[in-house]
Design a protein around this ligand. Sequence first.
Ligand SMILES: Cc1cc2nc3c(=O)[nH]c(=O)nc-3n(C[C@H](O)[C@H](O)[C@H](O)COP(=O)(O)OP(=O)(O)OC[C@H]3O[C@@H](n4cnc5c(N)ncnc54)[C@H](O)[C@@H]3O)c2cc1C
Length: 466
Amino acid sequence: MTYDLVVIGSGPGGYVCAIRAAQLGMKVAVVEKRETFGGTCLNIGCIPSKALLHASELFEEAGHTFEKMGIRLGAPKLDLPGMMKFKDEGVDGNVKGIAFLFKKNKIDAFQGTGKILAPGQVEVRAAEAKAQTIETKAIVIATGSDVARLNGIDIDEKRIVSSTGALSLDKVPQRLLVVGAGVIGLELGSVWRRLGSQVLVVEFLDRILPGIDAEVGKQFQRLLERQGMTFKLSSKLAAVDTSGKKLKAKIEPVSGGAAEMVEADVVLVAIGRVPCTEGLGLEAAGVKRDNRGRVVVDRHFASSVPGIYAIGDVIAGPMLAHKAEDEGVAVAEILAGQAGHVNYDVIPNVVYTFPEIASVGKSEEELKEAGIAYRAGKFPFSANGRAKVNLTPEGFVKILADAGTDRVLGVHIVGADAGNMIAEAAVAMEFGASSEDIARTCHAHPTLSEAVKEAALAVDKRSIHM
Ligand SMILES: Cc1cc2nc3c(=O)[nH]c(=O)nc-3n(C[C@H](O)[C@H](O)[C@H](O)COP(=O)(O)OP(=O)(O)OC[C@H]3O[C@@H](n4cnc5c(N)ncnc54)[C@H](O)[C@@H]3O)c2cc1C
């Protein structure tokens, strides 16, 4: 039989694309080389990291804030195998959910490594079975990304780990050296700091979280430092000596100068991710890639070869699960003759630490660079009743609105539950809201989201509680 669509990869891009295509009446197959579905996100990314962030945050709260609220439990004790089991069960439930959705939508799943033989032909090779070829009208590449490595530093996933190993350490490292102050490094660094590690973060650039609004980044670094994390900015890991019981990491200033040796029990390399295209047969098929190895696509996710499309981490854009999902829906709808599209101006970005960081739209630096005149309204959580009573007064909401039209161009939040609050800003921006629209929308009291309304009022210098 010939499928309408074969999707290679079952991450959030691939599985969502397959489901949407099946809903639209297509006969769909998915090829996945991992034993379980759900890709990086469900198996070794978003889901397990959030399970550990949630559990470790409660562990820290139990030790620090419970007593202030009149709850006496004694010092909490860590049961690391128990916490890992909790995380693994969460992953298991999620990946089984995808298998259920495939069945429900009559999607055929092929377990094995997919390779494009030609447009319309995908070879699937499972470890021991003979390769088989599936015929299809269209192919969507959704093979995602893999850990970026540092030259000369071997990741053994025991002492020198990537995010994957850092999600499954069997004991709390006394000293954890995190290389890279991006989202993954700061999230996993936070997990292990809460569980008892001394965490040092080494970052090549002179700031943490590159790409995030600079004011947010600065305040966030101060908050992390107050929690006990330390930072070495404008520095790089040059080598790790693994011969002794302790690792000895050589850290060099980026601008040159004397190196410093730092001892660690575990080194986490979190310097980014690279597109996963090896063995896919792209070169032979004539599928073009850019200078970073990503599949080049047009506005309709079509590659340079007719009938072959690509979405998610394997193409340009933010490496985020929800971006991959939206592209999956869009390409399925385009294949069905509809007008699927993704609004790249409104893709929220969240860092799930404590406090959380969430943003959508443009940063102040981006607006300045583009020469766009804007007005900024800011409101601190220390003036929000609910944040005060919850003992979470850290952070602020900042809204950036066009100086002429008042249209909201960017929203940035540092604070507890920022990741949930940013959804309001995304909806407002998707509908082209002005800051006045947000300011005149009734927000429930007492909620943290009242700070969003107050920041909108502050754009026009009329916030009430400041
Ligand atoms: C620790 C960590 C935490 C993260 N947290 C978040 C978060 O909180 N929020 C967020 O939005 N994003 C997060 N991400 C990023 C997110 O996981 C990715 O952006 C997302 O998974 C990309 O989806 P995708 O479908 O493009 O690819 P992937 O999820 O990488 O899936 C690709 C799939 O393709 C399969 N595959 C590859 N090659 C082949 C082949 N030749 N044949 C068959 N199958 C193949 C792979 O096995 C994989 O299952 C996190 C990532 C990590 C590592």
